[in-house]
Design a protein around this ligand. Structure first.
Ligand code: ARG
Length: 463
């Protein structure tokens, strides 16, 4: 390719360290699409003849058919997907192939290919997240009234509903999707035509290639176009945030599946047994979702560190942008699919959840609130009175709702039998009617909205 300038070929190790074809072959579809858009524009501007452009376009289609059938040949001597494709094109159509690279550099070529790839990756993640949200909302609807202990510090705090708990993840994923949508909108500008770094003297129509490739516009600075990978980092940061959210849900499933909790039974399809302990049923899929979050974050860190301190414009370091994005994307796809599968099929042990919600004095706040409301006791004093009631229940080994009225009245004479209406877990959750609260009525309302949001989403992606 640069034989004119070089007398000797590369050292074997140079070939090895230089080549990106083992991984960037994944960009072949985007590379072919970018080349077709480029050559169509070159012909439209009279930079190459219509005849050559047609030969190149047909040749590129043949290369694509070969890749589809046999995969991309890993030619280390040809370095990367751009050179492998161009060299195969030359074999197929002869010297006209040499005109394709007019007014283009691999620098703007790879920046374009990779943006196209990341854009597709975002669309895949989006579809996966919508499916996972759908699974969460469906299960939340089944359990909108099911009481479970809500925790802070992993200590029983106040009763909540399982539907409410599941819907918390719906909200997280909703924000995650908006991060991907932001990233997609921001990156949707076409670098093609920036050439090596300075633009080109050829009379290009960059708007034409941008729109042919589905970009909103061409990029506005040629140096920036070939030297930034913030679009890939945007993807990785958004992916990291999803992975962190999924990791928390995975962790909850792991805790809930443990014998002391017994809140869920994870399906066989997402568990493994032990080769030595016949009774074991391990939550491996959930553990791997938790583990993969670390790797995805590692990919994000890898690219951030690669980019840090690079002078403008392109440096070969940037060839290392692709492996972390590919790895993170593959891992994230697995995590989302595995979580969706687990959410759809997990068995919730609602009696066990209810029993624990009732045993942890989780309605203590309701007792205190009742004193404030019904007896006009200042909250701090009500807190103190309630603390004594909890201590008594602990001593008597019973739930707050089972404390005899006489005993409660020795703690504070203002207590009357009306108190019992707030001491059950069902009364407690039903009372939490504040916007976003755990009351079944609130949860059902949010589920209905979520279904509408997802319905609109599916309608949009389907059309
Ligand atoms: N394989 C290279 C990459 O992925 C393509 C760009 C090479 N450009 C260059 N000037 N060597 O970054």
């Amino acid at each position: 390719m640069w034989g004119g300038r070089f007398a000797e070929g590369p050292a074997a190790v140079m070939r090895e360290i230089n080549a990106s074809i083992p991984f960037d072959k994944r960009l072949w579809r985007q590379d072919i699409a970018g080349s077709k858009a480029h050559v169509a524009m070159l012909a439209a501007r009279g930079i190459v003849s219509g005849e050559d452009a047609q030969a190149i376009t047909e040749g590129l289609s043949r290369v694509a058919t070969e890749y589809e059938a046999n995969g991309v040949p890993v030619r280390m001597d040809l370095e990367d997907i751009h050179m492998v494709t161009e060299s195969r094109l030359a074999e197929l159509i002869g010297p006209a192939a040499g005109r394709l690279h007019t007014a283009r550099s691999r620098n703007d070529q790879v920046a374009t290919d990779f943006r196209l790839w990341v854009r597709d990756a975002i669309d895949e993640v989006e579809a996966g997240l919508v499916a996972l949200q759908g699974a969460l909302v469906a299960r939340a609807g089944e359990y909108a009234d099911s009481v479970m202990p809500g925790f802070t510090h992993l200590q029983s705090a106040q009763p909540v509903t399982l539907g409410h708990h599941l819907m918390a993840y719906y909200e997280m994923l909703k924000r995650d999707r908006s991060r991907f949508a932001d990233a997609r909108a921001r990156m949707n500008q076409c670098p093609l035509g920036a050439a090596a770094l300075a633009g080109t003297g050829f009379p290009l129509d960059r708007h034409m290639t941008a729109s042919a490739l589905g970009f909103d516009a061409p990029t506005d600075n040629s140096l920036d176009s070939v030297s930034d990978r913030d679009f890939a980092l945007d993807y990785l940061m958004a992916a990291t945030q999803v992975a962190l959210h999924l990791s928390r849900l995975a962790e909850e499933f792991i805790i809930w599946a443990s014998q002391p909790f017994g809140f869920v039974s994870l399906p066989d399809a997402y568990s493994t047994g032990s080769s030595i302990m016949p009774q074991k049923r391990n939550p491996d899929a959930a553990e791997l979702v938790r583990g993969h979050a670390g790797r995805i974050m590692g990919c994000m860190t890898a690219l951030a560190v690669t980019m840090k301190g690079l002078p403008l414009a392109y440096s070969k370091d940037m060839q290392d942008d692709k492996p972390p994005v590919f790895e993170a994307h593959d891992l994230l796809g697995l995590c989302i699919a595995a979580m969706a599968g687990m959410v759809e099929t997990v068995t919730f042990r609602t009696e066990r959840m209810r029993a624990l919600a009732e045993s942890g004095f989780a309605t203590a706040t309701d007792l205190a609130d009742w004193l404030v409301r019904e007896a006009d006791v200042p909250f701090r004093e009500a807190h103190h009175i309630t603390g004594r009631a909890v201590k008594l229940a602990e001593e008597m080994g019973c739930a707050l709702a089972a404390l005899p009225l006489a005993d409660l009245q020795t703690i504070d004479a203002r207590i009357h039998e009306g108190i019992y209406s707030v001491l059950t877990v069902d009364a407690s959750v039903a009372s939490r009617m504040s916007h976003g609260g755990t009351a079944p009525a609130q949860v059902r309302q949010r589920i209905a909205q979520a279904n509408a949001e997802l319905g609109a989403e599916l309608g949009r992606t389907g059309s």
